[in-house]
Write a protein that binds this ligand. Structure first.
Ligand code: TRP
Length: 332
């Protein structure tokens, strides 16, 4: 069976793009693959976090994973800091990857340049070594496939390079993973700026539908969605990005086809209303389940602890293999 691994940041809230583009597919694929999903709290602290918020967001992220339909009996769901092999292998990989390789990572360049020209002075060393920890996450599970967004492609390439280098230096140790990046058409775009991917990091939330938005908010965001001045409803992402995004969201929410759906609408008003309605319907059961789970902290902790035990079993073996290969004295 193909082993799938992915990590999700404990930012607490997930948007419609995360749900339609990733989480829903994770839930669908959990019976075909051996899937492992990790809430990456150690990655979260590469930038400063409020402790109470981090705790709450980690629990909320686990609740979200369960609410979208991931079943802890079919897949492994765990929190990164519960499996100490992650930072341990990250150290070995930090000593395998070069300073120059890490410096070239665009995510690091973006995040560290926000503080001005001397931005790198103030950022944490963890932000710099972030990709080595991510490589450890993946390599610890003999992962075949890593579903990630396009923004993580470079980190995946680095993971492959580091794994190949390690294998070449120390003998076959790691499985070389492949990225599974969604098709461009499968991406959900911002409702206000339909040429950009829907993302929490945009300054305005008017174009971002959150998993936790209530029906009135969802309806309002779709009503205000940017379209174009031509009256025709047509699926043409290149020339009509706003309208095509609505059609793609409607299609994803109703298992339809965007081009076919286009023929069913006379004007943009009706398309927006139908899309909002479909999204409300798709999110409603997820929201209800998530709210219930947030009230059951004991259950969430139990899922986390069982998940960590399952994950550790695999991770401990792979770490031992890596230690042994590098020449550490392995005593048991
Ligand atoms: N860096 C990823 C992101 O920001 C999260 C992540 C951490 C991840 N470890 C991973 C994704 C391992 C895939 C595999 O989205």
């Amino acid at each position: 069976m193909t082993r799938v691994f992915s990590g999700i940041q404990p930012t607490g809230e997930v948007h419609l793009g995360n749900y339609l583009g990733a989480l829903r597919h994770w839930a669908e694929a959990q019976h075909e693959n051996e899937s492992i999903y990790c809430v990456v709290d150690l990655h979260a602290v590469t930038v400063r976090q409020d402790p109470d918020e981090l705790r709450a967001k980690t629990l909320a992220t686990m609740a979200t994973l369960l609410a979208v339909g991931l079943d802890p009996d079919s897949c492994t769901l765990f929190v990164q800091s519960h499996v100490h092999e992650h930072p341990e292998l990250a150290w070995l990989l930090e000593c395998t990857v070069s300073f120059g390789e890490l410096r070239r990572m665009t995510q690091f360049k973006d995040k560290s340049s926000r503080g001005g020209s001397d931005g790198v002075e103030g950022v944490s060393a963890g932000l710099f070594t972030y990709p080595a920890l991510m490589a450890a996450d993946i390599l610890l599970y003999d992962t075949d496939l890593v579903p990630v967004g396009d923004d993580q492609r470079q980190h995946l390439e680095l993971t492959r390079d580091v794994a190949e280098r390690f294998n070449h230096r120390y003998g076959d140790t790691f499985v070389i993973p492949e990225a599974a990046i969604p098709r461009v058409g499968a991406r959900v775009m911002d409702l206000q700026r339909p040429t950009d991917k829907m993302s929490k990091s945009t300054d305005s939330d008017a174009g971002v539908v959150m998993l936790t938005d209530d029906p009135a908010t969802i309806t309002r965001k779709f009503r205000r969605a940017v379209t174009d001045s031509e009256p025709e409803v047509r699926y043409d992402p290149e020339n009509k990005p706003g309208v095509s995004n609505l059609l793609a969201i409607l299609a994803a929410s109703t298992s339809g086809d965007p081009a076919t759906l286009a023929g069913e609408f006379e004007g943009y008003g009706a398309l927006k209303a139908a899309t909002a309605e479909a999204v409300v319907a798709v999110l409603e059961p997820v929201q209800r389940r998530r709210a219930e789970l947030l009230e059951e902290e004991g259950y969430l902790l139990d899922v986390m602890s069982k998940g960590a035990a399952k994950a550790s079993e695999i991770a401990a073996d792979v770490l031992r293999r890596a230690h042994d290969a590098m020449g550490f004295v392995v005593v048991h």
